[in-house]
Ligand binder design. Structure first.
Ligand code: C2E
Ligand code: MG
Ligand code: MG
Length: 508
């Protein structure tokens, strides 16, 4: 005997006629069939949707994996490629190399000619870079003007690729009817030698930055000391900011000597930073740091003002000489640079041609609208313009003629090699002759030995500067040096050099 409910259902069945049962059964069948059909349809359309979504995602991925401007891989995609490749390297004990490529002088192109030309340049460079790694998609654009290449093999293969990249980038580009010349800095990191997979890209970037730091247009591979350097640099930057705030930078001065009369014709102001823990930090280290982090404007303005103040003080003491300041490329791009200089020379009542502005050759020949305008204004202001470190860049005679320069400084590298290298002698002699043809005075920097001095004098060099005569020193030490016979080292100077009644050959 069943439960009460079972009985009730049973009863309902006994009381129902047979045809009704059949009709109900058929209706149930129809509903079930319809429901099954709907389910299948839903499943199918679900699968379809999923499929469509997947293909859309793949398309988006494909788009995402390509940089819109250059068609190269994106960072995410090349990272994924690198993951797979690194695993394969581990498995087969093989090597691969990463090359981070950054353009050295892209910004002036973008600023000077506009983004359209800038974009054209990036696309053209990208095409050349991808040819350097063959047809495989192993080149990516990381950001702005930075690219990444993966190369199979170790350092030798990477160096070959880096040379190919440097060569490819250096070939002039034709963009929008303009001819544009660029150089690149390349950093290399080899896997697994130069770091684990997650650190590899950062290490290649560090190597690239160290190349940039050294002036660019070259390649270098990662070195473990570089990682320390970066941390060090962050600390140094912090300290530099506070040194600028607290006015802890100083100017030292190194005399320039007339090669024939042996009179002091001028003194070059050289920045010094006495760091509380590190000791004296070279401007070769902190000036590029200041440039990269936007501090050079403030530092540069202070140098100009302080050098003018010092020049006025020396003049009052009866010391007749030019004072020279170094200007960085960043300062030349500063619109108010000449106003700033003029304000300082007026404030201290300095005649413009008594202030020399030294601009390195590599900056002077950057033929951008900014540098051209800056040079014109410096010339019109009557300042004594000097081309520093001459011989290392690629100036042509035609370019030099266009610059309103009055002085040219032979780079120390040629002076150092004078006594030992016929090439260096040939170059120095050619520079002196060329400069004289253009009525420029020639200063040799870095004169350390009497042999160098004698060769330079024989070549007709006009002025000499270097440790042989004096190291850069404080303004007070410079006055003492002039007054003290023993300070003159080689017995070629006398205190009378600073005699106010003796006219230095710079008054004309
Ligand atoms: P520079 O203008 O070519 O200055 C010459 C450098 O050679 C100075 O180095 C000087 O101390 C050094 N020197 C002079 N004579 C000799 C020598 O006989 N032997 C050797 N071995 N070296 C000699 P310093 O003072 O370290 O300056 C390095 C560079 O830093 C300068 O090269 C200049 O480009 C930059 N700099 C210095 N002061 C300033 C500044 O106020 N503003 C800017 N923008 N750059 C500066
Ligand atoms: Mg200089
Ligand atoms: Mg120099």
């Amino acid at each position: 005997m069943g439960s009460v409910l079972d009985l009730a259902v049973g009863e309902a069945r006994v009381g129902t006629p047979g045809w009704l049962w059949l009709a109900g059964f058929l209706a149930l069948l129809v509903v079930a069939a319809w429901a099954a059909l709907a389910l299948v349809r839903q499943r199918r359309s679900g699968r379809h949707l999923q499929h469509r979504l997947q293909s859309a995602a793949t398309q988006i991925d494909a788009l995402r994996s390509r940089d819109a401007l250059t068609g190269l891989l994106t960072r995410a995609e090349i990272e994924a490629t690198l993951d797979v490749a690194a695993i394969a390297c581990d498995r087969d004990s093989r090597q691969l190399s990463l090359l981070v490529v950054a353009l050295d002088n892209f910004r002036p192109v973008n600023d000077g000619y506009g983004m359209r030309v800038g974009d054209g340049v990036l696309a053209a460079v990208a095409a050349r870079l991808s040819r350097c790694v063959g047809d495989a998609p192993l080149a990516a654009r990381l950001a702005g003007d930075e690219f990444l290449l993966i190369v199979e093999g170790g350092l030798a293969a990477a160096a070959r690729a880096a040379e190919a990249v440097l060569h490819a980038v250096q070939q002039p580009l034709q963009v929008e009817g303009l001819e544009i010349s660029l150089t690149a800095s390349v950093g290399i990191a080899v896997y697994p030698e130069h770091g684990s997979r997650p650190r590899l890209m950062a290490h290649a970037a560090l190597a690239m930055r160290s190349v940039k730091f050294g002036g660019g247009a070259a390649y270098a591979h990662f070195d473990p000391t570089m990682a320390v350097d970066v941390r060090d640099q962050a600390e140094l930057l912090h300290d530099l900011r506070s040194a600028v705030e607290r006015g802890q930078l100083k100017l030292y001065y190194q005399p320039k000597i007339d090669a024939r009369s042996l009179q002091v014709t001028g003194a070059e102001a050289l920045l010094r930073w006495q760091h509380p823990k590190r000791g004296m930090v070279s401007p070769a280290v902190f000036v590029p740091l200041a440039e990269r982090h936007g501090l050079i404007r403030r530092i540069g303005a202070w140098v100009i003002e302080e050098a003018c103040r010092q020049a006025a003080e020396w003049r009052q003491q009866g010391l007749r000489m030019r004072v020279a300041v170094n200007l960085s490329g960043h300062q030349l791009r500063q619109d108010d640079l000449v106003d700033l200089i003029e304000a300082s020379i007026h404030r201290h009542d300095i005649r413009p041609h008594r202030l020399t502005v030294e601009i390195t050759e590599s900056v002077a020949i950057e033929d951008t609208a900014h540098t051209r305008a800056a040079f014109d204004r410096l010339g019109r202001a009557g300042l004594h313009v000097s081309i520093d470190d001459f011989g290392t860049g690629q100036s042509s005679l035609a370019m030099l003629r266009k610059l309103p320069a009055a002085e040219l400084k032979i780079d120390r590298a040629f002076v150092t090699d004078l006594a030992t290298s016929a090439d260096a002698r040939g170059i120095a002699q050619a520079i002196v002759q060329m400069a004289h043809m253009l009525t420029l005075r020639v200063v040799a920097e870095g004169v350390e030995t009497e042999a160098q001095r004698d060769l330079l004098v024989a070549m007709g060099c006009d002025e000499l500067q270097g440790y042989l005569f004096a190291k850069p020193m404080t303004p007070a030490a410079l006055a003492l040096w002039a007054a003290d016979d023993d300070f003159t080292g080689h017995g070629v100077f006398r205190p009378s050099l600073f005699d106010p009644t003796q006219a230095a050959p710079l008054d004309g």
